[in-house]
Design a protein around this ligand. Sequence first.
Ligand code: SF4
Ligand code: SF4
Length: 163
Amino acid sequence: MAVFVCTRCGNCCRAIGPQIEIERRLGAKDCYCRFRLTGERSLVHLDPGFSLPDEDEPIESGICPFLADGEGGALCTVYTTRPRWCREYQCIAMQIANQQGERIGKVSGRRSLSTINPELLACWEQQIRPLTSQDDGTWRQQAGTILRRAGYQVKIYDGTDDA
Ligand code: SF4
Ligand code: SF4
């Protein structure tokens, strides 16, 4: 299995981020935030170089108030103390199912396959691991094509594929 490499696409933060709100400020660097879905609270501290947005500064709707654009992609400004629900979020870049629609594997981060299915693992090692494209979008499309030809159902989570 490949080592997990985060692409910093920010999809995880866009998925759960809208459920996070700043509940109580404790100065410019600390606050309690709340996960709307469960009501759970968490104390977070802004990482070095970051401060809480001003209270009267509008926070873009549909994103986490702690998500920022950084060099190389999305950036969590409270990464060191990010809440439990963020730590436990399961990254999924690609979902793979068999012909019966049963989920048998997933790809997370850049190119990390998780599966215990020996046929899928063999297909991955023989046909997908040799792919050389450095562009993640191209690689995902190529990998998806190979998997579909091999009879698998594939869902790619990059906003470009609804198959
Ligand atoms: S707190 Fe950080 S890890 Fe959690 S959703 Fe917001 S930006 Fe992402
Ligand atoms: S690769 Fe996964 S963990 Fe990294 S930012 Fe994208 S969705 Fe989140």
